[in-house]
Every structure is written in structure tokens, then in C-alpha cells.
Design a binder for this molecule. Sequence first.
Ligand SMILES: [Cu+2]
Length: 655
Amino acid sequence: MTADRLMVLDLLASVAAAAAWLGAGATAAARRPRAAAALFVAAVLASLTRIWSVVALAGAGWWFVQEKVTLALPLLLITSVAATALAGPRLVAAVRTRATAPTAAPVVVVPLLAAGYAAVAGPVHALLLGYPATWSTGLVITAVVAFAVLVTWRVIAAAPVPGLRVAVAAVTATALVGVGLAVVPPTETTTTGDAAPAGSTALMAQHRTAQDTGHGVGHDTGQGRPVDGFRGPDTPAPGGAIRRFELTARTATITLASGKRVEAWTFDGQVPGPAITAAQGDLIEVRLRNADVSYGVTLHWHGYDVPAGEDGVPGLTQDAVMPGQEFTYRFRADQAGTYWYHTHEVSDEGVRKGLYGTLVVAPRSAAAPEDVDLALPVHTFTGTVVFGDQDRPIVRQASPGTSVRLRLINTDNTPHRFTLSGVPYRLVAVDGDDLHEPGELARVGLRLPAGGRYDLAFTMPATGAVVLRADDRVVGVRLTPVDGAAGDGEDTSGWPELDLLGYGTPAPTAFTAAGPFDRRFTLVLDRGVSLAGGRPMYAHTVNGHAFPDIPTQLVADGDLIKLTVVNRGLETHPWHLHGHRVLVLSRDGRAPTGTPLWLDTFDVRPGEVWEVAFRAANPGLWMNHCHNLSHADMGMMLHLAYEGVTTPFHGAHSG
Ligand SMILES: [Cu+2]
């Protein structure tokens, strides 16, 4: 069974165990031995299922079972063994003799309810607190369970309970110690992962101090190099041109092809914003103005490894551009391929409402460009999937033999599944990077993570329509070799999903899974109640913390970094590191067998463990976050900082 299924099974078993133990206790108290005995059997079975599911889940990694093994299961085991020993024989006897009174005795009811309270701690911790269990949460939860047992005992017992006062005092003291531990800052850090390098403790301590100010990174104290000093050059590479663009952010009502009207936030009154194109080696210069987007705007170049001062993160690399203000971005188009830009200020709302556009850089190679080249940002406006600026199929005529490139860009918060029918094709690039010897594809689904890009290439066939669909139902593009050829091709919903880890063929890479790595970081993604930044919320957490309380990852220029990302939750997290592309080392322990995969956004699905690596070669301060921007907004983001880089800006809060 896969880890995500085991997680769900374990959750269901833990809820069932809690309900059955509590039900057994309640029916025993109500003098209904048959019902109590049946629920008792169900409770034992559900508890055994939990033990099995936790053992099986442990095979996926310690992260998935940490709080279960250290807290939830011991509580459940101790109480359910006691309940079985004390209540079990008496329930059996009561069913046999049909005597109802004995089942209401404290020696039957209290152990059954105690097992119920202990069993409740399992789903409560898993759902409300998440990873990891700490001494603090462990002591508080144990004390709460014990207190509930004592109160139950006192209520049910006809005679005084011996030692009750001492027990209540001990339980209260335990709870207070637990609360105290939560207030005292932890001494260990979870972010450095399994092999923190020598000297990192001092660095992390220094960082924790910076964090106490409410930010994850060092502020400008006159020492170090401010991040806004890392700016792009003002000349193109030899032979390149200067490509100048002006974008003005403004609110506007957009009318889609179907007549549907959208209250949008736009660049230049259009959605998507103006296409930015260049050839490799050109200098791109974009002057951003803000007319009336009251929250402010910035431009972040998604997947483009610009100098840090051009990265467009408000409160970290620049101040947001407020109405009436402007900011000019300048960087060399060193990377060829398909990228996109979007605002990073209140980015969940800003991107959703339309503040994005495409960035396509043509390679400076001898290869001839495709005859038909479409950049297709795919976006959802209030439930309507839009390709480019069209919510109706884009219909083109292309004569047989025409070469076609479709650049798919997922600008939504969740993945899309794309299918191309009517022609064999190749997936030639992912996240802007050309794949090595990509094979011919047909009748497969391509799952594109939020923020990610796929370039599809093919030659127009002599007959029939070529149809690009999103999510098997929305026809985005229909290319026909002759006028009048119609039809939307076949039903694609049953097509299997392509696994990129086995696509293409291997090629040498600048480094490999063998390292050696200068630093390793582990990010365990989950949900939990958080007060991060003084904002109470049911946060999306990283190692039990939410932004801005997640320790910053500190690196040195030139380091080779290994990043392990674990998803303990039930939602997909498209992980996105700014300023660097990462090489996939493994997913769930399996290394890629095909092309090297250099990604800037990788979907970590429930139960998955990804290992990726990157060279720290772009000094600055960078966001490292979930690109489901609503998750980022609810805490799932942190900073990656190069040693000695500071920021003069304040209040980075936007994913
Ligand atoms: Cu997420």
C-alpha cells in the first residue's frame, strides 16, 4: 500500500478506535452488555489496525510516524491493554450471564473510556498539531488524557477515589511543565536535517536571533551585503540586444471570448499580461508601474535565476510598488526556454486575479524555430479554465508537415492534467530546461504542477485534428491540417499518467546523488494550529512551524545543497525555490532512470519524499515555498539566505 493510502487508513482507524472505545464505555455505563461487548471487539480490531498501519507507514520514513510512535500509540497501547485486561473478562461474563449491573462498575467503564480518551489523542494530534510531536505537546496531551480519566473515575465511583488529590496535582504539574516547554525556545533545530555541518549551530543560533524580530533573515546592520545590491548588468551579452518593456498594473474588467466578465488585476489592462520575449544573451529591461492595485505589485521571474535584487519579493528584495510608483527590473536572458512572471505581493490573490504573463527566451542555437509556437498560460478564472486569453478553444489551421511547439504554463495553484490527441509528440522541455533524448509519446496524460512548464513538440499530420485538453474535458487548442476538419478527438480520461522519472535517457550532470553535500535540509510538510506572526490559523506547516517562524536555511556561496521534502499531509505541495533550479535525485527512494530533471517546481504529493540538490551559486536572499500560493499565504514558506547577505526591507509576508 502506498504511503498516502496508509496515512488515510491510519487516520480512519484512529477515528474508529476512538469512537469504538468511547462507545464501549458509554454502553457499558448504560448497562447494555451486548452492545458494549460488540463495541469492545470493534475497538480492539481498530486499535490493532492502527498498529499495523503505523508499522507499515514507518517503511516510508520516520517523518510519517514520529508522533504516532512516540506519543499516540504508547497512549493507546497502555490504555487499551488495561481496558482489555480489566473490562474484557467482565463484559464477556455479563453477556453470558445476562447480568447488566456489573457492566456499569467503575472497573469496567473507566478503563474503556480511558482507552477512548487516549485514542482521541491520535487523530487530534495528527489533524490539529501535525509533525512533529514535542515533549511539550506530549506532556500536555498525556496530562489532559489522565485528567479526563480521573474526572470520569470520580464521577462514576460511588466511593471516594484513593489518592485522587495527589494524582490531580501530578497531572497538573505535568501539564504545566508541558506548557512551560512550549514557551521556552527549542534548543535544537529541525531544519538542518540529518547532517548539519560543523559550525552550523552557531549560524543557526545567530539566525534565530534575527528571526525573533519577526523576519527570517538578517537585517541591514551596516555589516554584510544588502540584497538590493545584487542587480543585473545594464548591457546585453556580445551580439545581444536590449529588449525594453513597460508594464502597468491596473484593475480592469476583462471580457472573455464566451462573454464572461472577470474583475481582474492586470498588466496593461490585459490577461495574461504582455508577452515578454527575448533571445538568449539579450538584456531584458522591464519598467513596472502601478496605476491602482492598492496592495502593491512586484514582478517575480518564475524559474529564471535572476540576480537576487531583481527577484521581486516584497519585503525581502524590494518594497512593493505602490500606486503611483515604479520599479525597473534588468537582467540578462541567459536561460533559454519557457518561463513566466507574476506579482509576489499578496500573490495568492494577485496571481489568481490576473497579474501574470509569459517569458519566453529563444535559444541562440542553429536549430530552426518551430513554424507554430504558442505560449499557453493556463489559468482558472472563477471556475473557467482559460488558455492564454481564451475560454473557448484556440483553433488554428496548420498544413501537414508544419512543426509545432506548445508551451504549457500552469499559472494556477493546483496541478492540471494535459493530453494531446491526434499526433505522436515529444515532451521536449520541462521548466525551461531541454530534456535528454525525449521519446515519442501518445495516449498519456501529463500532470503539470502549479507554476511548472511543459514544452510539447510535434509535426502536423496529414489528416485529422490535433487536440490539446486540460483535465480531459477542457479543449484548449485544436489544430487542423485542412480547413473544416473538426472533432475533438478521443476521450482521454483513461490515459495513464506519464512518469517523468522514467522518460528520456540519462546524461551526465554537474553533480550527482553521491554529493558530497555541504549542507542538507529536510522540510516536513503538514498542517497544524499556529500562532506564527501573531496570526492564529490552521496553518500549512514546515517542520511544525509556519512563516515567519520557520528557521531560515543558511548557505554559503558555492555549497552543494541536498534538500529533502516530505509531504505528511493530504494535499499536494508544489515546491518552488527561487533563484536556483534543482536536480531531482529521487522520489520515494527511486532515482530517475531517464533524462536528468532540472526543475524549479516539483509536486510533492501526499505521502511522497523527494530528494533534490542544487549548487548555491546565486548569492542573495530567496523564498523557498509552496507554489499553491494559498498554502504559502497560510505559512508554508521560508527563506534561504546566503551568509553575509542582509535586507534593508521589512515585512515579507507574501508567498
Ligand atoms: Cu502546498
